[in-house]
Design a protein around this ligand. Sequence first.
Ligand SMILES: Cc1cc2nc3c(=O)[nH]c(=O)nc-3n(C[C@H](O)[C@H](O)[C@H](O)COP(=O)(O)OP(=O)(O)OC[C@H]3O[C@@H](n4cnc5c(N)ncnc54)[C@H](O)[C@@H]3O)c2cc1C
Length: 375
Amino acid sequence: MELEEYDLIVVSSSPLMVLEAVRQKQLGKSVCIFDDRERIGGAWYVKDLFGCKNVEVGCHFIYNNKEVYKFLQNFTGKELPLMNPQPKLIISGIDKNKELKSRWARFMYSLKKLLFSDRTLSCRQVQILNGLRETVQFKNPAKFFKGVKNYFKYEPYRYFDKGCGEFVMYVEDLIQKNDIKVVLNSRIRDVHVVPNEGGHVEVNDKKVKFKQLLMSKHIKFDSLTMNEKVDYERTPWRKKHFLFQIRGKLNRPFSYVDIANDPVLKRISDVGPYSDGLENGHCLICSDTTEEVDANNSNEEIKDLIFARLKELNFINQEAEMLNWFVEKFVSDYTPKDKIEELYKDSGGVITSIDTADLGKSLKMYEEPWGNLKP
Ligand SMILES: Cc1cc2nc3c(=O)[nH]c(=O)nc-3n(C[C@H](O)[C@H](O)[C@H](O)COP(=O)(O)OP(=O)(O)OC[C@H]3O[C@@H](n4cnc5c(N)ncnc54)[C@H](O)[C@@H]3O)c2cc1C
């Protein structure tokens, strides 16, 4: 069996993991990135679909924080455009079948419906409302004041002109410039670690030896052996995002919308403007459904439920026609943070990790080590 050897192997080609891979390469390590998808990007990867190029197959936005936008601006060398329209929250509140046991719950539900049903809230208002809710529940009274403060110091949301495909393109340039090997369509199944020394994996009929392995909490191996098999609980997390090519126009233009209290939808984004080759009079909508809908219906059923709901909520007009649909699965069973820390200790630093829970928050967290990386 052919043998390859690296100082560091990185499992995942998400932008965050690539930034860390590049940093390590610039420190003088030999690095190889593995990903089981056909293109780089992890959760941010794009696909060519329905005759369009670089279609976002997940609903995305970037945390509205000045430092994060500054980081991305330095990284790309150009200003991140404002999202237009800005992301919104819609409180749908039309769950007519909701069963509520106590009178109090029924009263609160009616009040909520009266006040919020089908309201569209800006992210600014959401901050205040969240703060108010936590204050009323005595959870975090300070949050209300933080919400009010943020209302006046509001940082509008920004995103890439060409969506996450543009981001991934910069990341690809960074990989090339730093001459890092990327192996796609390749799943790392069984990991063997010798604590304090390194380890190996077998992939594509090759034995790949490493001194260190970089993973995140989303990375899943079939088995991990460190002297003996390491067994640990993971939190199952499976997500499907549905994409629609629609003949027809958006009734109410949106970029990214969170939908609360809805029996079908959780969030949607208009990914048409980010994709190349979309015909005039067509739109592309990406959507995420509630766990309940996901668990109890086939994909065929879900796509019909979503399409009907998009019409009911007036996002698209009644005459709109579904031309094509596609479903992307995201499977990442979480390894708990304390387990990752334990793996680091038990392996004597062979298994390393970075915190990748949220793109913006991680960019902020690792601003210093990654700040000088440029594609
Ligand atoms: C659908 C979706 C939408 C999201 N939207 C946002 C958003 O809008 N804003 C935000 O800030 N964050 C968002 N996130 C959070 C996102 O998880 C992080 O931004 C970041 O991408 C996490 O990076 P990661 O490398 O840990 O995991 P991922 O981005 O999930 O990438 C992991 C990659 O590694 C591959 N992989 C896993 N195990 C193996 C293995 N054993 N061998 C080889 N390859 C493997 C996976 O297939 C995947 O390509 C979203 C996540 C998902 C799933």
